[in-house]
Ligand binder design. Structure first.
Ligand SMILES: [Zn+2]
Length: 573
C-alpha cells in the first residue's frame, strides 16, 4: 500500500476538488472541445505525477510548495467569491496587494479550510518516493516546467482564458508567468507633461472630487423614492446642487474606476491614456491649484487604487486618518474638507471615502441603526473593506439584513457626511463633484453569491452610481443648468475628467479631442461600464449597458425588513 501512497494522496486531492473538475466537464458537453480539454488535462496530470517522483528532494519540495501555494490561492479565491479565478481578476488582486495583511487575517477561516484540502497535494509530491520511475532525472524535473509552459502558452493565445477546469495547482502559476511577461514587455512610454492650452488666470476656487465607496445610485433618496436620506435633495445655503441622477461608472472595481478618474482614460483609449498621459494632479498644478488627496480607506501611507510613488509626489498634501476608527473616518474626511474649503487657498481635493464597502456590520453608530434587522454588530469595527465573508451566509435572510446595515451605513457615511459639510463649510468659492466608484449587487433578486461588486458578470446596479455637482453661489463656474435635463440619468464617470479640466480653464475644444465631453455639454454618453477592464493579451474590454428599466430600487415591504412602526425607513431622521 505504501508504495502507492503518492497516488493515493494525489487521488484524494482530486476527489476533494472533484466539483470544480466535473462542473467544467459537464459544461463542455460532447465534441472536439472536450477532447482537447481531456488531452491537456491528462498532460498536466501526468506531469504532476512525474513531479512527485523527482529524486532530488530539495527540487521536489520546491515544486510541492509552489503547487500547494498555487492551489491554495485558487481555492481561497473560489471559496470567498464563488467565482472562477480569471487572469484579469488575478492581476487586479496583485494590484490590490495593499490589502495583504488584512486579507490574511480576514480570510483566515477560508485559508485554513482550503489548506486542509490541499495538504494531500503537498504531501503527495513532497514525500520521498518509494518507487523509481524509469525515466532520466531531468525528464522528471522538465515535466512540470514544460506543462506549465504549455498552459501559459494556451492562456497567452487566448488572452488569459482557457484554464477553467484544468488542474488548479497550475492556474495561478501560469497567470504569474503571463503577468511577469506583461510587466517586462510593457510598451508604455514615459508619462507626458501637460500640453493642453489653458485660458485665463490661475484658478481661484476649490475644486473637489468626492469619490464614495460602493455607494449604489439606486439606494439614495436623490434617485429613488425609498432611497436613504443623503441631504443632497435641497441646496444648502450659499450653493446650488445639480443632480445628474443615475450615472454609469467606469468599471465595477474600485481600482479600475479610480485610476481612470485620476488620469482621464476614455472608453476607446483608456489603457494608453491611463499609463502615459498626465494625472489630474499635474493638470491642477499647471492651473495654479494646490493638490490634496484624502484617503479615508487606507492608513500608514499605503497607496491604493493603482497609485504609485511617482504619482504620490504630485500630491502636495496627502491625508490619511491613522488613528481614527473606520466608523468615523468619513466624518474626519468631512472635517478636513471643511478646513480646506475655509483656508483661502485654491485647491484640487480628491477624496476616497470609506463609504459602504463590505463589511457594513459596524460602519455606522448605534444612533443610525434606523433600518432593521441588521447584521450582527461588533466583529468588523476595524475593517475598512475586505473580501472575507465569515459569518455571512449569503441567504435571502442574510441579504435582507445586509441591505439594512448598508442603508444605515449610507445614512451615516453619506447623509451625515453632507449634513456636516453643508452646516460648517464655506461653499461660496468651491465646486464639488460627488460620485461613487461603482454600485453594488445587493442580491435583491435572490441571486446567489456572497460578493457585491468586482465580479466578471455583474448586474446593472454594480455600474450604477450617483453624480451630483454642488457649486458655490459666488462662482461663475460652468452653466450646469443648460444641459442638466438632457444629461440627467444619461451621463457617466467618463464625463468627470473633462469637466474638471474645463473647470481648470483648459481649452474646451482641445480637451474634448482627447478626453471627451464635459457635463456642460450634451454628453451623449454610451451609459456603459467596463466589466473587463484588464483587457490584455489580445482581449477586448467588455461594456455592459445599464438599462434603467432593469434597476431595482428599495421598497418598504417584503424583502426589505423594516422595524414595525418605524417611520425612519422613509429616510427621515
Ligand atoms: Zn470600490
Amino acid at each position: 500500500m505504501a508504495v502507492y501512497l503518492k497516488e493515493l494522496l494525489l487521488g484524494l486531492y482530486l476527489l476533494i476538488h472533484h466539483d470544480y473538475y466535473l462542473e467544467r466537464l459537464m459544461a463542455l458537453g460532447l465534441g472536439v472541445p472536450v477532447l482537447l480539454f481531456a488531452g491537456v488535462f491528462a498532460i498536466l496530470l501526468v506531469a504532476l505525477w512525474l513531479t512527485a517522483y523527482i529524486r532530488w528532494a530539495p527540487v521536489r519540495y520546491l515544486f510541492a510548495l509552489l503547487f500547494f501555494a498555487s492551489t491554495l490561492f485558487f481555492d481561497v479565491y473560489t471559496q470567498v467569491t464563488t467565482e472562477y479565478l480569471k487572469y484579469s481578476t488575478f492581476v487586479s488582486l496583485i494590484y490590490s496587494g495593499g490589502f495583504i495583511d488584512e486579507a490574511l487575517y480576514q480570510y483566515r477561516a477560508s485559508i485554513l479550510i482550503c489548506a486542509l484540502g490541499a495538504l494531500p497535494l503537498l504531501f503527495g509530491i513532497a514525500l520521498a518516493p518509494r518507487r523509481r520511475v524509469p525515466l532520466p532525472g531531468y525528464v522528471l524535473v522538465a515535466a512540470p516546467l514544460c506543462s506549465l509552459l504549455l498552459l501559459t502558452g494556451i492562456l497567452f493565445v487566448r488572452g488569459g482564458e482557457g484554464a477553467r477546469g484544468l488542474p488548479a495547482m497550475y492556474t495561478p502559476l501560469a497567470y504569474l508567468n503571463l503577468f511577469v511577461y506583461e510587466s517586462a514587455s510593457s510598451t508604455v512610454g514615459p508619462r507626458e507633461t501637460v500640453s493642453l492650452p489653458r485660458h485665463g488666470q490661475a484658478v481661484g476656487s476649490d475644486i473637489v472630487l468626492i469619490i464614495d465607496e460602493s455607494v449604489s445610485g439606486n439606494y439614495l433618496d436623490i434617485n429613488a423614492d425609498n432611497g436613504v436620506r443623503t441631504n443632497l435633495k435641497q441646496s444648502p445655503p450659499g450653493a446650488t446642487i445639480y443632480n445628474y441622477g443615475y450615472a454609469a461608472s467606469i468599471a465595477n472595481c474600485s481600482a479600475d474606476t479610480n485610476i481612470t478618474l485620476r488620469y482621464g482614460g476614455t472608453r476607446s483609449d483608456y489603457l494608453r491614456i491611463n499609463s502615459t498621459m498626465p494625472s489630474i494632479w499635474q493638470y491642477a498644478r499647471t492651473a495654479g491649484l494646490r493638490t490634496v488627496y484624502i484617503d479615508a480607506q487606507r492608513t500608514g501611507g499605503r497607496l491604493q487604487n493603482l497609485m504609485n510613488k511617482s504619482e504620490r509626489k504630485e500630491i502636495d498634501e496627502f491625508v490619511q486618518f491613522d488613528d481614527t476608527p473606520v466608523r468615523d473616518r468619513d466624518m474626519a474626511a468631512a472635517q478636513k474638507l471643511i478646513e480646506l474649503l475655509g483656508n483661502d487657498t485654491a485647491e484640487l481635493v480628491y477624496i476616497n471615502k470609506v463609504g459602504a464597502h463590505f463589511p457594513v456590520h459596524d460602519k455606522y453608530p448605534d444612533d443610525f441603526m434606523i433600518y432593521r434587522p441588521v447584521l450582527p454588530r461588533g466583529q468588523y469595527a476595524d475593517i475598512s473593506d475586505t473580501g472575507e465573508r465569515d459569518g455571512f451566509g449569503g441567504q435571502v435572510e442574510d441579504w435582507g439584513r445586509y441591505r439594512n446595515a448598508y442603508k444605515n451605513t449610507l445614512l451615516w457615511n453619506v447623509g451625515e457626511f453632507f449634513a456636516r459639510v453643508f452646516a460648517q463649510a464655506r461653499l461660496d468659492n468651491a465646486i464639488l463633484i460627488y460620485t461613487s466608484d461603482h454600485g453594488q449587487d445587493l442580491h435583491e433578486r435572490g441571486n446567489p453569491g456572497l460578493d457585491t461588486h468586482c465580479g466578471g458578470d455583474p448586474v446593472v446596479e454594480e455600474g450604477l452610481v450617483p453624480l451630483v455637482v454642488i457649486q458655490g453661489n459666488g462662482l461663475p463656474g460652468l452653466d450646469w443648468q443648460r444641459e442638466l435635463a438632457g444629461n440627467k440619468d444619461r451621463s457617466s464617470h467618463y464625463n468627470i475628467f473633462p469637466t474638471l479640466l474645463q473647470l481648470m480653464g483648459y481649452d474646451l475644444t482641445a480637451l474634448q479631442a482627447i478626453y471627451g465631453k464635459p457635463l456642460s455639454l450634451h454628453t451623449e454618453d454610451e451609459f456603459t461600464f467596463n466589466t473587463r477592464f484588464n483587457a490584455r493579451l489580445g482581449e477586448k474590454a467588455n461594456w455592459k449597458y445599464i438599462d434603467l428599466k432593469e434597476v431595482v430600487t428599495p421598497t418598504l415591504q417584503g424583502m426589505w425588513p423594516v422595524e414595525p412602526g418605524s417611520t425612519a425607513a422613509s429616510g427621515s431622521r
